[in-house]
Design a protein. Sequence first.
Length: 74
Amino acid sequence: MPLAGAQELGILCVDPEGRVLNCEEKPLHPAAMAGAPERALASMGVWLFDPHVLEEMLDRLGEGRPSRTRRSGG
């Protein structure tokens, strides 16, 4: 999105492989995208519907093991 309006959203900083390095919610001075100094990488929100999946992923990340997602029955 244009850098001029990026203060209204969450702004992501990513590495060359697309991994998120940082996320700021409504920053006063949003970071520009690499290679696009007039634009910012914006996020409108992240939704998670099963807290058990998040807990499992965080546990596995803390232990240095790859995470796997689990599907909920409902």
